[in-house]
Design a protein around this ligand. Structure first.
Ligand code: 13P
Length: 371
């Protein structure tokens, strides 16, 4: 095992104020999101959407690593350039989702276990040859009446730790993602207790499976009230609860925490990440970063709608959300950074691609025009 390479890659993924872009939706998940917007659910539409993402001008200023899906890591731009090369040339580290999805856990109604360990050694070796330097595995824990059960937590954290050990052996940094879901009417305190219980179990198993903590990244949920809980805590209260929970459970040897967004609105996810960095950054042993999918991609997808003419505007929206999250890492995100006067460039109109001013140049988010 090349310990130094793992440590260097893990550090690079959370260095500075950048974060990860999750663009590893499985085909069924991607198709579901396309269907809602009446975008064709085809291989070519998924390829075109991923090309839009990876060719976003300036993306490498905000994104340290991009998590790809099995279909995507094999795909190319229209001109034949592999996506892996496009993102590597942009200074972004390629990663890959290696789990094969959360399936019903036998004997535990309402609970899931993530599969994908069978054949994983050969698969990660192949992904490594294709240029991936890190990997992701997502476990899903639901909160409800009588759940999560210890049986569900044990099954999921065992698989997470086996996956992490296999990745490190193959030279890939494991992103360890135990997601406690937001769905439900539970309160913040219940999410706190479940997240604490799950993270304790995760690190017990990571230690049992001899995972090197310096060569991994944790991708947890924020500690939030359930989506339908009548009491919704403030941004600062969420930041306090999340950091308290992580300080109790995540060893200081872990270089970084990169949150999932889990269905939070993009602005809210940025504001909560920002509050954690404003209130605690100088006192935390690990970097507090982001690894968002929906909270970075959703506005861009809604603008794109499968239309070539909307690509440039969608890329600006994607860049904007990524950039807002770098500001949140510095504790400098403000709601005023969000623009409301968005309109989409007219079909066939001149493209702004390649001409987005960087925040480093202007001190402002790029203009975003939405229909
Ligand atoms: P969201 O940010 O949309 O929750 O996705 C993150 C992710 O990678 C899910 O596995």
């Amino acid at each position: 095992m090349n310990t130094k390479a793992l440590i260097d890659t893990a550090a690079a993924l959370v260095a500075g104020d950048k974060g990860l872009l999750a663009m590893d939706e499985s085909n069924p998940t991607c198709n579901k999101r396309f269907a809602r917007l009446e975008i064709p659910q085809t291989v070519e539409a998924r390829r075109a959407y991923r090309e839009l993402i990876v060719t976003t001008p300036g993306l490498g200023q905000c994104i340290s690593g991009a998590i790809l899906y099995d279909e995507t890591i094999r795909q190319q731009k229209k001109d034949g350039t592999l996506f892996v090369k496009v993102i590597t040339d942009a200074g972004i580290i390629p990663g890959i989702k290696v789990d094969t999805g959360a399936k019903d856990l036998a004997g535990f109604p309402g609970e899931k276990v993530t599969e994908g360990l069978d054949g994983l050694v050969a698969r990660v070796q192949e992904y490594s040859r294709m240029g991936a330097r890190f990997a992701k595995w997502r476990a899903v824990i639901a909160i409800g009446a009588g759940i999560p059960t210890p049986g569900c937590i044990d099954a999921n954290v065992h698989a997470l730790a086996r996956y992490a050990a296999i990745c490190q052996q193959a030279g890939l940094v494991p992103i360890v993602e135990p997601e406690v879901l937001m769905d439900g009417a539970h309160d913040l305190q219940r999410c706190f207790e479940v997240t604490e219980q799950v993270l304790r179990a995760v690190f017990n198993q990571l230690n049992a499976q001899r995972v090197m903590l310096e060569g991994m990244i944790l991708k947890p949920n924020m500690v939030l009230p359930g989506l339908t809980c009548p009491k919704q805590e403030t941004v600062d209260e969420v930041a306090d609860a999340t950091v308290r929970c992580l300080l109790r459970t995540v060893p200081a040897a872990v270089p970084g925490i990169a949150f999932l967004s889990g269905g939070q609105a993009g602005e809210l996810a940025s504001a909560r990440l920002n509050a954690m960095n404003v209130r605690f950054k100088s006192r935390l042993p690990w970097a507090v970063a982001f690894s968002f999918a929906r909270a970075i991609q959703q506005p861009a997808l809604e603008i794109w709608q499968g239309e070539e003419a909307h690509v440039s505007a969608a890329q600006q929206a994607l860049y904007h959300r990524a950039w807002c999250n770098t500001a949140a890492r510095r504790g400098e995100y403000k709601i005023a950074m969000e623009r409301t006067d968005r309109a989409i460039a007219p079909r066939g109109g001149s493209s702004t691609q390649g001409s987005i001013s960087t925040p480093m140049e202007t001190g402002h988010a790029p203009e975003i025009r939405r229909r």
